[in-house]
Each structure stands twice: as structure tokens, then as C-alpha cells.
Design a protein around this ligand. Sequence first.
Ligand code: HEC
Ligand code: HEC
Length: 157
Amino acid sequence: MRHLGLVLAFLVACNGSDTSGNGECNTDNEECGLGQNCGGEDINMAPGSDCMACHDGSDNEAPAWTIAGTVFDDLNGSNAVSGATVRITDTDGAGTPIEMTTSAAGNFTSTAAIVAPYTAEIEVDGVVVAMAAHQTDGSCNSCHACGGSAGGKLHTP
Ligand code: HEC
Ligand code: HEC
């Protein structure tokens, strides 16, 4: 199910939901859950969704990620950002940081083992925005959502 047409239709739909400028948070895909078809089955699927609602090993078809999420250009999730670096480091600093680059839809995933708790940062052109808190849950969008405990979407510096 990796038809280019589907991907293009999806990206167009994504642009169509652009909320930049109107001050409203982009809740697209936040209600997407296990057993639902939210569109797409690849790295650009369902940006903004709580990826591990499905990718936690409970769905035989969806590979289990240790880390996944979506990067936007602001807390409201106005526009997805591709090519941003997401860096995860365990709090002890013992492990090598895990680095991911966001896809066309702003998504990133990893299957690398993380030793929780971890810290996280997002980098674009050498500028970094970092999370002060230490976390254990690798599904970033579970907190980084419009009404989420992180106060909004993952965003670039
Ligand atoms: C509603 C459940 C659901 C949600 C939420 C979801 N996915 Fe998926 N995802 C799937 C399913 C089902 C597949 C298809 C697996 C297959 O059959 O190849 C898939 C496939 C993928 C694949 C391709 C995996 C492979 O090896 O072929 C990637 C990458 C992916 N998803 C990333 C994400 C990301 C990133 C998020 C969050 C932004 C996300 N998914 C949210 C269900 C989901
Ligand atoms: C359990 C909830 C939770 C999870 C899971 C979580 N975060 Fe956070 N994140 C927060 C909170 C709360 C803040 C704001 C306070 C702070 O900076 O620690 C935050 C802040 C951030 C910031 C700084 C944003 C800013 O505006 O300064 C970044 C970057 C970030 N998180 C990245 C990530 C990434 C990447 C992941 C997934 C690997 C992740 N977070 C998972 C709760 C979470």
C-alpha cells in the first residue's frame, strides 16, 4: 500500500489543514487510535497522532517504535517541518545519542533501545530547543499535543 498517489493525496490533505495564521491549534490525527485507519502506512502517516497508540507492539501489523513523533514549526502545529534533527539522550549520558531526521510530514521514528529517563532536543541549522524535563515515555505526541501536558506540539527552535 505504498502508492504514490495516496501519499500525494495525503500531503495535499495535510496542506489543506494548515492552520497557520489563525491562531488555532491543529488537532489533526490526535484522535487516531488502534484499529482505526487514519490514512497512510509509512513514515508520513498521521502526523500529530500518538504513534504508539498503534506502534507499541499491540498491533501485529504496526512495528513497535521506542521513539516516535512529529515536529511542527510552532506549538499550534501550523506546519510540519521536514529535515529537522531530533536527538534523544539518556539522562546518565552513558549511551550514544539517538538522532532522527524528520520526514516530509515532520514525522520521526526509532527502534533503538533507550535507557529511560531521557532528555530530548530538536535542532535546525545548529539552533537547538531542548526539553528541560526528563521523560520515560517515547511517544512524544502523547504529551506534545494541542491539549497535552507539554502545552502544545513539538516545534522547531
Ligand atoms: C491507528 C494506528 C496507527 C497510528 C496512530 C500510527 N500508525 Fe504507523 N502504521 C500503522 C499500520 C497498521 C502500519 C502498516 C504496517 C504494515 O502493514 O506495513 C503502519 C506503518 C508505519 C510505518 C511503516 C513501517 C514499515 O516498516 O513498513 C511507519 C514508518 C509508521 N507507520 C510511522 C508512524 C508514525 C511516525 C506515527 C505517528 C506520527 C504513526 N505511524 C501512527 C498504524 C498506525
Ligand atoms: C510525559 C510527557 C512528555 C513526553 C512523553 C515528552 N515530552 Fe517533551 N516536554 C514535556 C513538557 C511538560 C515540556 C515543557 C517543559 C520542559 O521543557 O521540560 C516539554 C518540552 C519539550 C521541548 C522543549 C519545547 C520548548 O518549547 O521549549 C522539546 C524539544 C521536547 N519536549 C521534545 C520531546 C521529544 C522529542 C519527545 C519524545 C522523544 C518528548 N519531548 C516527549 C513533556 C513531554
